[in-house]
Design a protein around this ligand. Structure first.
Ligand code: ZN
Length: 334
């Protein structure tokens, strides 16, 4: 097993002061719409697809930022106070945001922790970057499409509780996104089978894929990013270089949110290809692009790493990545 090496973000927590907002272009504030607050964009997008034009959703974690260290702005207290329901990933991903929500939501408003409602503690994964002794499980459930489908189902059920008059509408929207997620799941299995068995291994900088790996029979051999934000020692880097050499990996993967000189060095010294643009929770493209969606995100990542590891990812081109309910009012922070 690869030791987890250090590195993370420079300079600790950054405060996002100016949060400009973008709207999807639809006329906001349809009368009586449910006001929903979410955190990271994959969740915001799933809410958009289930809630359609009956919800107004604000995702408060800006895309392209480190969601693990994100601190909400003081102004988000007001956003929370106006929410009819709040959805977060949970599993300790967004603790400052959860605390802000708890302190500010109106009485009776639920803060739904999707991760906790999707799997039980026995199913939590602790690993390189999320060691059990720290008590924070790996929170990246959404990289596993069946879990994303479970998230969508919870979103359907909770929106239906808040807004029972539209329960049939949420149910119909859920059916559409669920069948698209089933297709994504089937293609992920099909393309996995085209990757040589010995190469179904991931060494990533950011540790996003353990639940994907467990579902589809991949091996996460390591991640570079630790929980303690320390720098990797020379020995740790040397250990990773040995490991990658021994595994004979064709490619290793960085993340566009976390540029990593360490992975670059490992790639250089082992001859593995270095792919630096996997995405964790940052949807591809911009708001009006069809691939700016949860499914677009996963298709991008899966195509990227399965292709680089010798698979034939062309089956992913057969899935429509655009939103199944495109008419929602959604605000992603910038
Ligand atoms: Zn992450």
């Amino acid at each position: 097993m690869v030791r987890q090496v250090a590195v993370v973000l420079l300079g600790g927590v950054s405060f996002l002061v100016a949060c400009s907002q973008v709207d999807s272009g639809t006329e906001a504030s349809s009368e009586g719409a449910v006001t929903v607050v979410s955190t990271i964009s994959p969740i915001t997008n799933l809410i958009q697809n289930v809630g359609g034009d009956r919800v107004e959703v604000t995702g408060i974690v800006p895309e392209g930022t480190n969601s693990h260290t994100f601190e909400p702005a003081p102004a988000d207290a007001r956003v929370m106070s106006e929410a009819d329901i709040v959805f977060i990933n949970g599993l300790h991903l967004e603790e400052p945001t959860r605390e802000l929500a708890e302190a500010n939501v109106a009485e009776g408003v639920d803060i739904v922790q999707l991760g906790e409602e999707t799997i039980s503690p026995e199913e939590y994964i602790y690993d390189f970057s999320f060691p059990e002794e720290d008590g924070d499980p790996n929170p990246h459930l959404w990289t596993n499409p069946p879990y994303a489908k479970a998230y969508a189902k919870i979103i359907r059920d909770r929106l239906s509780e808040v807004d029972p008059d539209n329960a049939d509408y949420y149910s119909a929207n859920y059916d559409k996104i669920a069948s698209r997620l089933d297709k994504l799941d089937a293609i992920a299995r099909e393309v996995t089978a085209t990757v040589p068995e010995d190469d179904r291994k991931l060494l990533t900088y950011h540790d996003s894929f353990p639940y994907f790996a467990r579902e589809y029979g991949w091996d996460v051999i390591g991640a570079i990013q630790p929980s303690d934000f320390a720098d990797p020692t020379a020995q740790e880097v040397a250990g990773l270089i040995d490991q990658v050499g021994n595994e004979d990996l064709p490619a290793i993967f960085g993340s566009e949110v976390f540029p990593s000189p360490v992975l670059e060095q490992i790639a250089r010294e082992t001859g593995a290809e270095y792919i630096d643009d996997l995405r964790d929770d940052d949807l591809p493209g911009s708001l009006d692009d069809p691939d700016h969606s949860y499914i677009g995100l996963m298709v991008f990542d899966f195509k990227t790493f399965m292709g680089a590891l010798g698979g034939d990812p062309s089956a992913f081109d057969t899935i429509d990545v655009s939103n199944t309910a495109g008419d929602a009012s959604v605000t992603y922070r910038e």
